[in-house]
Design a protein. Structure first.
Length: 254
């Protein structure tokens, strides 16, 4: 979710787009267009194949909306922040006017309900130009198409976000799937860097998680109070990958 500055924000448009299932809103003067879910347009079919639980998917939508509202409270004309939540882990990309703004944005986001970790990739400097944003959208499309063309991974396991030529891979996947997706992404022209924000799971854990997600939810008694939903999936550190001889590099994120 891209957050416009105070002078151009529109919560009503964001809510309408979220209800529709994710959509692009027309460009606003002086800011990045408002996008739900980091430019990912997901249909009903993708929801059924999502490796996140249904509760996590709903939490991610709520996190993006609440996080946007919190950022708007501190926003200024130099803030152009995009929030993307996946399994309650939030990626922040975009630009801010100072290091203080960068820290402040992260601090308010960490206080949002159900956020369990924040990856702060905000850059201090001027906002992206329209050609840069258009190129990022083009790169995202090429990466998604390349992942779909691959026959040895499940492309819907990953969410792709691009900012100034840096491609962020988000998802829940095995080490093999993550390495393969990274290799494919590094081979796409225009990609300058690849950052992986992926929860690594074993094949056995993935099978168990898929089975649990497909099972019907237990019926609780009327008197029971449901606790705030949080994921207990560990986030192991990813070992640095060797830099390629040319082209894109891979930067692991913990």
């Amino acid at each position: 979710m891209t957050i416009p500055t105070k002078s151009t924000r529109s919560i009503g448009t964001a809510l309408a787009a979220l209800t529709a299932g994710a959509a692009l809103v027309a460009g606003l003067s002086g800011c990045v267009p408002l996008v739900i879910g980091g430019a990912a347009v997901a249909g009903a079919g993708l929801v059924a194949t999502d490796r996140r639980s249904s509760g996590a998917q709903l939490d991610d939508q709520g996190i993006e909306l609440r996080g946007a509202a919190r950022i708007r409270e501190i926003a200024n004309d130099d803030m152009n922040v995009t929030l993307v939540s996946f399994n309650r882990q939030v990626l922040m990309v975009g630009t801010v006017g100072s290091e203080a703004d960068k820290r402040r944005a992260e601090e308010v986001l960490r206080r949002v309900d159900n956020v369990r970790s924040v990856v702060n990739e905000l850059a201090v400097g001027p906002s992206s130009s329209f050609p840069q944003r258009s190129n990022d959208t083009y790169i995202t499309g090429k990466v998604k198409a390349s992942l779909l063309d691959a026959k040895d991974i499940f492309a819907n396991s990953f969410k792709i976000v691009t900012e100034r030529g840096t491609v962020y891979i988000m998802g829940i996947a095995t080490r093999r799937e993550t390495d393969r997706a990274t290799e494919i992404t590094r081979g796409v022209s225009g990609v300058n860097r690849v950052v992986r924000v992926v929860e690594i799971v074993s094949d056995a854990d993935l099978a168990n998680q898929t089975r649990d997600n497909s099972a019907p939810a237990p019926v609780s008694s009327p008197s029971s109070v449901a606790p705030a939903s949080r994921s207990n999936v560990p986030l192991p550190a990813m070992e640095p990958l060797p830099a390629p001889s040319g082209g894109a590099s891979t930067t692991p994120v913990r």
